[in-house]
Design a binder for this molecule. Structure first.
Ligand code: ZN
Length: 247
């Protein structure tokens, strides 16, 4: 099975369209979506409509989907995120708000091999920032390959019997990570709509369970268009600026 894995779209329609176009020749069969469809970006309804039409094989919510749909308060959000999520909540159609509110919480087991979560398998809202977080996440995962989002950083960790390390030390993209049967893996496909690892290109991944490999990709998209949309909607300017920096 070949899965297309996308996460943290954040209402960035230009980035989403670029990812979906780049994924076509990669011959994926099913789609996995790791949450945060909305928040920050200017097109929450267009993204909801497209993801609904895509009918992903597995789809879980992110923290912005919870707050944007109104089922959780924006208390933990910083000022910029809070202002954007308030705008998002008001901009969403009642139908899309309801649909987002009903999305499943992670973690979610996809098959014998894969589990998905937004933040970590032990807490959907927790971040994997360092090695200790990654180890804890891998130990709590119920499948050898755990796919996660939330940090907007494209990264792969592995855990073998006696070693723990990074599968993504090489900055080349696309990068194929072979999956050893004896190991556990924790892989973030990167963010479609708001990368934060210094590379402004949209991130995504393809998992091939038969070949036992994950390939992480980056694709350029019209950043200036996404920025113009953010300003047009009166969202905080910094949200447009950060897209160009990938921060
Ligand atoms: Zn996010």
């Amino acid at each position: 099975m070949r899965y297309l894995v996308i996460s943290d779209i954040h209402a960035n329609l230009e980035a989403y369209e670029a990812v979906m176009a780049a994924a076509v020749p990669l011959a994926y069969e099913r789609v996995l979506v790791l949450g945060d469809l909305v928040g920050y970006g200017a097109d929450p309804n267009a993204i909801c409509d497209r993801v609904r039409a895509l009918a992903p094989h597995a789809l879980i919510r992110g923290n912005h989907d919870k707050v944007g749909s109104g089922i959780e308060s924006p208390e933990g959000f910083n000022a910029v995120a809070r202002s954007a999520i308030r705008w998002t909540h008001d901009a969403l159609t009642p139908g899309n708000r309801e649909w987002l509110a009903a999305l499943s919480a992670g973690p979610l087991v996809v098959d014998d091999f894969i589990e998905i979560c937004h933040g970590t398998p032990f807490d959907e809202d927790a971040y994997v920032f360092d090695d200790l977080d990654a180890l804890r996440a891998m130990h709590s995962a119920r499948r050898p390959l755990c796919l996660f989002g939330h940090t907007h950083v494209q990264v792969g960790h592995y855990l073998s019997r006696d070693q723990f390390g990074l599968s993504t030390a090489d900055h080349q993209r696309p990068l194929t990570i072979p999956l050893d049967e004896a190991n556990r893996y924790l892989i973030n496909p990167g963010s479609v709509g708001q990368p934060r690892d210094g590379d402004p290109r949209a991130g995504f991944a393809v998992v091939d369970t038969a070949a036992r490999e994950v390939t992480i990709h980056r694709v350029e998209y019209p950043v200036a268009q996404a920025q113009a949309r953010i300003l047009e909607e009166g969202l905080p300017e910094v949200l447009a600026q950060r897209l160009a920096l990938g921060r």
